[in-house]
Design a protein around this ligand. Structure first.
Ligand code: UDP
Length: 510
């Protein structure tokens, strides 16, 4: 039996592989920063919360544990996000990987299974074999290709043996449902369709004019448990490989499914018809990605066994489990006066002027690392009906996400309304409909969420939604609100000088 370090073992494929290794009797150590992972998924062995870019954490692990093999899954993986933030992606996915690899070399841990992706390929005719030319269409794909090249050239020369497993579209959940797909925000097709269909909202199809049989993109959806098996076979292969070797395998089912076919498979399992919206193409998407996995069959003895029906059935079951976990951990935030100063919001037309109150980024980052989902609710009443467009608000929120990015504190869901046209207005004051929509999409219990704001209307909103407790911050209009208002009956309100002050005691359970 081996002792393995699973870096990124609180994420989707990492946790599934970690549980599969544990089930076979291997000893598992998980390292995960929880930037995107979840502690609920990290129960496969000893869990260390830390960053793979932190050399002192790596030294502590490698000197205290006799690790035989490292499995490296930790990465930011959202293609569209990587297009917006290429520098942050490279920093996280390439430069921090280098720190991990250097630590392995120094501690003489020389066997690695690396989580790679079919996004290293560009527009190619299906099926795609290992001989196909690389041509990533996104910074995410470039990051993975760059790490593969480092492993093949530099680190193999330094004695490391490694296998890169290029997954096509990882999907489904393990049969025991101890873990599954849980991203916030969720960008992947299958969980997004499940969430949308269950909550009766429209499913967005990104592009319906592609040169495919029904105009939507084709992907090779491969079951995450099949991928976990491939990692175990890769470990076996490493045990018989000589020092300084590199090998890469394309892992898929060798058959393609369109976006529309996925939607209809989900509808069938849920027995609910899907409402569909045709949207524009998404940046960085390839038309078709289908694997040729013959090399994995011949050299690893691996083939994908589980069909799309099992993928969708297990994904639907895991979604229920995920909702149970997620619903206890939601913070609903007001924006102006709570996260950022609230002068006349001149930044609506000039988002560059938006700035955060001191400490807000760090505070939200701590909440995210503790597993909270962040929901932001805005109804732009101060600006007035019809004077701004949703697209203006979206620009403000893109700017907000930029400001929060260095803290790994991204908002998971924006619920917003501009009251225009008035007759179609979704929210009305107080904006309960917006929160109900967020609760329905993300699957949380409104009563269990924590509400934070600086105005009387924010506290009223919490009460009208059925919340039990709310936090008043004394930033923005908070001090004035505290002086003037009667707190709504039946709502426990605590006041803090800032969001930063509030998060500390809250996380300590006070
Ligand atoms: N997609 C979609 N609507 C969604 C999410 C995804 O139409 O809400 C499409 C996306 O454009 C791509 C396919 O579904 O063609 C698979 O996307 P996903 O993000 O799941 O995986 P990717 O192939 O990008 O890694």
């Amino acid at each position: 039996m081996a002792k393995v370090l699973v870096v990124g073992g609180a994420g989707y494929v990492g946790s599934t592989t970690a549980f599969a290794l544990k089930d076979l009797g291997h000893e598992v150590v998980v390292l995960d920063s929880l930037a995107t992972g979840h502690p609920e998924l990290a129960r496969s062995g000893l869990f260390v919360q830390g960053d793979m870019g932190d050399r002192s954490v790596l030294d502590a692990i490698f000197s205290s544990q006799k690790i035989d093999v490292v499995f490296h899954f930790a990465a930011k993986t959202v293609v569209s996000e990587s297009v917006l933030y290429p520098n942050e992606y490279r920093e996280n996915n390439v430069l921090k990987t280098r720190i991990l690899l250097d630590a392995m070399i120094d501690h003489r841990v020389l066997a690695l299974v690396f989580s790679s992706t079919c996004a290293i390929f560009g527009e190619l005719e299906a099926p795609i074999s290992e001989n196909a030319a690389l041509g990533p269409l996104s910074p995410y794909g470039e990051n993975k290709a760059e790490v593969e090249a480092m492993l093949r050239d530099e680190y193999a020369a330094r004695g490391m043996k490694s296998v890169a497993l290029r997954y096509f579209n990882a999907s489904g959940a393990e049969a025991n449902l101890r873990t599954g797909e849980w991203h916030t925000p969720e960008t992947h097709l299958i969980p997004r369709v499940i969430q949308a269909v269950k909550s009766g909202v429209e499913v967005s199809i990104y592009g319906t004019d592609y040169p495919t049989p029904d105009g939507t993109c084709v992907r090779d959806y491969v079951h995450v448990s099949d991928l976990a098996d491939a990692h175990i076979l890769a470990m076996k292969k490493l045990s018989v490989s000589g020092p300084g070797s590199f090998n890469a395998f394309n892992l898929g089912t060798e058959s393609g499914t369109t976006v529309l076919e996925v939607i209809s498979a989900v509808s069938k399992v849920l027995k609910i018809p899907a409402k569909i919206r045709h949207d524009a193409r998404r940046a960085g998407d390839s038309v078709s990605l289908v694997a040729d996995s013959k090399k994995a069959k011949v050299e690893l003895g691996w083939t994908a066994k589980l069909p799309l029906s099992n993928i969708v059935e297990t994904a639907v079951k895991f979604e229920e489990r995920r909702m149970e976990w997620a619903c206890r951990k939601v913070v609903v935030l007001d924006r102006d006066g709570t996260l950022n100063p609230d002068p006349e919001p001149g930044y609506i037309n000039d988002p560059g002027r938006l700035s955060l109150f001191p400490g807000v980024g760090e505070a939200l980052g701590r909440l995210k690392r503790a597993g909270f989902t962040l929901v932001l609710v805005t109804n732009q009443s101060g600006v007035g009906r019809g004077k701004i467009l949703p697209v203006d608000l979206e620009k403000v929120h893109i700017r907000l996400q930029e400001l929060l990015l260095p803290f790994d504190a991204q908002i998971d869901f924006f619920a917003m309304c501009i009251h225009s046209p008035a007759e179609e207005c979704l929210c009305r004051k107080p904006k309960t409909a917006l929160i109900e929509q967020a609760a329905s999409v993300l699957g949380f219990q409104i009563a269990d969420a924590v509400y934070v704001g600086d105005r009387a209307t924010d506290l009223l909103l919490a009460k009208n939604c059925g919340a039990k407790s709310a936090i008043l911050v004394r930033t923005g209009h908070g001090a004035e609100t505290e002086r003037k208002m009667e707190y709504p009956d039946g709502l426990v309100v605590s006041a803090y000088d800032s969001l930063k002050e509030w998060v500390g005691p809250f996380l300590l359970g006070k």
